[in-house]
Design a protein around this ligand. Sequence first.
Ligand code: UDP
Ligand code: MG
Length: 154
Amino acid sequence: MERTLILIKPDAIGRGLIGKIITRFEEKGLKLAGIKFLKLTDALLSEHYSHLADKPFFGGIKRFMQLTPVIAICLEGLDCVETTRRLCGITKAREAAPGTIRGDWAMSVQANLVHASDSIETANQEVKRFFDDSELFEYEIALTSMIYSEDELR
Ligand code: UDP
Ligand code: MG
């Protein structure tokens, strides 16, 4: 099944929203393949946000992302990349749809609680960037047959 990378950002850590955010993904039916707490280095951030390197807010986003350690999660599920982006909502959190993580709990463009990979190709790169193979797990959860149909699991 498809995998994607989520980061729980410093504003979520500081506001005590870690549990609520992880619960959103769990309750949707997405499975955790990996999870860890880490401090983002300058080099890792420059690579992760390289598509924003020429933007005026690049320095600001790097400082923001280093305010606290972050939580990296690898999520797994059918069409996981798209599904997760939709659960997070659009970048400008105050305009994100109600029901989404950003739409329900955030107001800022920068402090928007979560990162989620934006395409299958990016997701593959980002999961590799944050997780060694030995940190990603394949296991069965009891609810799988309640979350998907037999066809979807084939
Ligand atoms: N960001 C910002 N100002 C902007 C655009 C983006 O501070 O004008 C930050 C914001 O935290 C965003 C991150 O940079 O989540 C990455 O930007 P991207 O366009 O990839 O948005 P995302 O994929 O996170 O929705
Ligand atoms: Mg992005």
